[in-house]
Design a protein around this ligand. Structure first.
Ligand SMILES: Cc1cc2nc3c(=O)[nH]c(=O)nc-3n(C[C@H](O)[C@H](O)[C@H](O)COP(=O)(O)OP(=O)(O)OC[C@H]3O[C@@H](n4cnc5c(N)ncnc54)[C@H](O)[C@@H]3O)c2cc1C
Length: 810
């Protein structure tokens, strides 16, 4: 039987780039299988714009790498990808848009993206045809451009071919051989199967169908996306920068013949062939019929930006399907089926992203992990509910329709809600909960009934004050002074059981989890580089059973990481038990008084010490109680079987009234944890940082024996980390950094904010950032750029709140 190291399905730009990069890493026995011809999917009808500035640092870095690659491809492969580095302009026609550009420019500076804000006149010099009325300024990025999508694909495929990749066209995959949780091969229509341990699904709009062949749900949703090409217009030449006017929802680029390519993101998107059946099997090298009525509002936008377009004839309209995702981010990575990878859902920027996608995927396949933190793009961020095609379609439609909108921090998506609700949901709603959504779960951000006008003077300036409420400081301070009751049922819960549970967890956890039953351990799980893959608590329930608790959004990610760490020699079972347990957290100095009034259990510090667990009964409700905190106060997380949760909520809330207990939400948790210096995974700590850099050395036991990441940490400890997560306090307590703002020292960018907010008890605006070690000492004066304005900041000793930890240990 035919064999290969890897079979990549899909000869679009993504598949070709993965083949290019995988062969570059030395995997020569690679097959690129395309059912028709190369570039016969979305790639062939792309507009080819390459814009690098994106929603996350990693994605932007991937785009920056793409540009680097496109510049050199011709020399390397002899095939011209048609790269034109003409620069790009993004217009700002409102005060908010100007603020957005300033924020983006600051952010771009933190990783060397040469983005500058230019005056309207300067922008006109570069692109003389736009109407300057109402335009306040523009962002100019000289290294953006456009590329010929087919040329690019052919160049990448040629690079791969030269290094041994076999390119099979007319090779339609019709099945996957999956056994014992691993992919073993692929089968084709009309040709023999190929045995392989690595399959990459780069099937574009067919990625969902291909995924289902392996039992993997890939929630891509095809949308019809349109642009038109005009006849030549005076003043248009191929050297003009690309142009975007997000307020009018449109983008442009010049064509070699002097015409304009103009497209955009309409408010009423058109999902296409999105249901269970998926796109028709024979849809190749095809376009959809032009949909003029749908383009009309975009045409208006185009004429508003470039009046000369109004009198230009249209050569043709391109209407082609493209794979979008429910959250507007790519879908990359390995699935729960070992060796089955996915690279799809490029949301109309797959040409710009292809270089980076190929590199990340090749590293993932060949080295186990990509170098960059790509959690936001990881396939495993989607929960089971994305098996619903309607839900995926509704979410993706909202993302498409609001693509060019300014997304203010704290903004919530609306489509497909509510879906996952805690048993307390109706009660929380009755208490005026303002719900946010995380991984499908409805979670209270704050309670309107806690609003208190006295705190209005604390409202953060600018954007940070938009999705904000006086209830946040009210709940924060009530928790510090009395107690807060938080519903955290959405926490992901994983049970690890079996004779080898302890030995296995010792091998994948950085902390020592070989503790006596009843103890709770806070630990990170590391990759081989020492980077933080998971951040959780492990509770030893009995000698052969652990309960791991991790963040709402990280359940499937952590589950996959943990399962991936288990070998055939490990006699363990790893189960997701999220739905079986609710979680109510009671925190605050009065927590013991409150809980004591509803339970006969000994809650004294001696009888129930910090970081331990007991089975208790509270108000007739049996629950597992963990004495832990994420807010820096005395308290317990109570885990009753789900069906008891509502009763427990009522009992505890009622009992707490005389002690000043309030129902409180997630925004208060965030401000509480910030001033206590607790790290948030995905923001402050990621697979790119180690515990030594993140200030989590206390949770690492280097001498406990072998564990993943130990050798890397040992080396870093000897050399000394080059950066450290530091706590900055801003001089103006109402200027709030939200994440990604540049940090300046001596006029140079020295770091980037990982997370920020206000600590209402300490009365300070706080921002975390990784700083070079010589600057990471208390008292260092720096500044943080918040919406274009430099705000003085100082590195503060950590934590700001309760540095001795006495409030959690009494
Ligand atoms: C109108 C329009 C304009 C766009 N403009 C831009 C732009 O300006 N900039 C930008 O960056 N992006 C743009 N995009 C998006 C970009 O074109 C896509 O993101 C990109 O081409 C996707 O590449 P891909 O390789 O994932 O998918 P595709 O190119 O669709 O490749 C998937 C391949 O998989 C093959 N396949 C499917 N099923 C099987 C099977 N069973 N067996 C074997 N092979 C199979 C298909 O035949 C296809 O060739 C645009 C898209 C559209 C529609």
């Amino acid at each position: 039987m035919d064999e290969a190291q890897a079979v990549i399905i899909g000869g679009g730009v993504a598949g070709a780039s993965i083949a290019y990069h995988l062969t570059d890493l030395g995997w020569t026995d690679v097959v690129l299988a395309e059912r028709s011809d190369l570039t016969s999917g979305s790639t062939f009808h792309s507009a080819g714009l390459v814009g690098q500035l994106r929603s996350s640092v990693s994605l932007t870095r991937m785009m920056m790498y793409s540009v680097e690659l496109y510049r050199r491809l011709q020399t390397e492969t002899g095939v011209d990808p048609g790269w034109h580095e003409v620069g790009s302009l993004r217009l700002a026609s409102s005060g908010e848009r100007l603020e957005e550009l300033q924020r983006l420019a600051g952010w771009g500076r933190t990783f060397g993206l040469p983005l500058e804000i230019v005056s309207t006149e300067e922008a006109l010099d570069r692109f003389p045809l736009f109407d300057p009325r109402g335009v306040q300024c523009a962002a100019y990025l000289p290294t953006d451009g456009y590329v010929d999508p087919s040329g690019l694909t052919m160049a990448l495929a040629e690079g791969a071919r030269r290094r041994g990749c076999r390119i099979l066209t007319g090779a339609r995959v019709n099945g996957m051989d999956v056994r014992e949780g691993r992919v073993r091969g692929v089968t084709f229509e009309g040709r023999g199967p190929i045995r392989t341990n690595v399959v990459v699904n780069a099937g574009g709009i067919f990625a969902n169908q291909l995924g289902r062949m392996a039992g993997v749900e890939v929630p891509v949703v095809p949308f019809a996306h349109q642009y038109l090409l005009t006849e030549p217009i005076d003043g248009i030449d191929a050297g003009l920068p690309t142009l975007r006017d997000p307020d009018r929802l449109v983008y442009f680029r010049a064509e070699a013949g002097g015409g304009l390519v103009a497209g955009g993101y309409e408010r009423r998107p058109a999902p296409w062939a999105w249901d269970e059946k998926g796109p028709p099997a024979g849809f190749n090298n095809e376009l959809l019929p032009a949909d003029w009525p749908r383009f009309e509002p975009l045409a208006e936008g185009c004429f508003g930006v470039i009046p000369a377009m109004e009198s230009a004839g249209v050569v043709r309209m391109i209407n082609g399907p493209e794979a979008f995702t429910p959250d507007g981010e790519f879908i990359l990575g390995e699935s729960d089926i070992g060796g089955f990878f996915v690279a799809a859902g490029f949301c109309a920027h797959g040409i710009a992203g292809a270089g980076g996608v190929g590199k990340v995927m090749a590293e993932w396949i060949a080295e186990g992990r990509p170098e960059l933190d790509v959690w936001k793009m990881d396939l495993r961020r989607f929960g089971r509910h994305y098996r619903s095609r309607t839900h995926a379609k509704d979410r993706a439609s909202e993302v498409y329709a609001t693509y060019y909108d300014i997304h203010y921090p704290g903004e919530e998506r609306r489509a497909g809600r509510p879906l996952k609700m805690a048993p307390t949901y109706v009660r929380l709603a009755g208490l005026g909960a303002e719900f946010g959504e995380k991984s499908g779960w409805e979670r209270p951000n704050w309670f309107r009934t806690n609003e208190d006008e006295r705190f209005e003077e604390l409202r953060p300036r600018g954007w940070a004050g938009r999705h904000w409420s006086t209830a946040i400081p009210a709940e924060h301070l009530a928790t510090r002074e009395g107690a807060g009751l938080f519903d955290e049922t959405s926490f992901a819960k994983i049970e690890v059981t079996g004779p080898d549970a302890c030995r296995f967890l010792q091998r994948i956890c950085a902390n020592d989890v070989d503790v006596s039953p009843g103890r709770v351990v806070y630990s990170q799980l590391l990759n081989d580089r020492g980077g933080i893959e998971c951040d959780l608590t492990a509770t030893r329930l009995d000698p052969v059973r652990y309960l791991l608790i991790t963040g709402t959004a990280f359940g499937s990610h952590d589950l996959a990481w943990i399962r991936g760490g288990a070998g055939p020699e490990d006699d363990v079972e790893v189960r997701d038990v999220t739905s079986s347990l609710a979680c109510l957290a009671l925190w605050g100095p009065r927590a013991r008084d409150i809980l004591s009034s509803v339970t006969p259990a000994d809650l004294s510090n001696l009888g129930f010490p910090y970081m331990t667990q007991r089975e208790i009964v509270a108000g007739d409700v049996p629950c597992l109680a963990l004495r832990v905190t994420y807010v820096g106060e005395l308290g317990w997380e109570l885990y009753p079987p789900t069906e008891f949760a509502l009763r427990l909520w009522d009992v505890v809330l009622e009992a707490g009234r005389p002690f000043g207990l309030v129902a409180a939400g997630y925004r208060a948790i965030d401000s509480l944890r910030l001033e206590k210096g607790y790290r948030a995974w995905g923001a402050d700590i990621t697979p790119e940082e180690t515990p030594l850099e993140a200030g989590l050395r206390f949770a690492v036991k280097l001498d406990k024996g072998e564990f993943t990441g130990r050798d890397a940490l040992r080396l870093i400890e000897v050399q000394g980390p080059s950066k450290r997560l530091s706590c900055l306090v801003l001089a103006d307590p109402r200027s709030v950094a939200l994440g990604n703002e540049p940090v300046f020292g001596d006029g140079k960018v020295v770091g980037r904010v990982t997370s920020g907010g206000v600590g209402y008890a300490v009365g300070k605006s706080i921002a975390f950032a990784y700083l070079p070690t010589d600057l990471a000492t208390a008292g260092t004066s720096l500044s943080v750029e918040v919406f274009g304005a430099r705000v003085d900041a100082e590195v503060a000793p950590e934590p700001l709140y309760d540095p001795t930890g006495e409030r959690i240990r009494f």
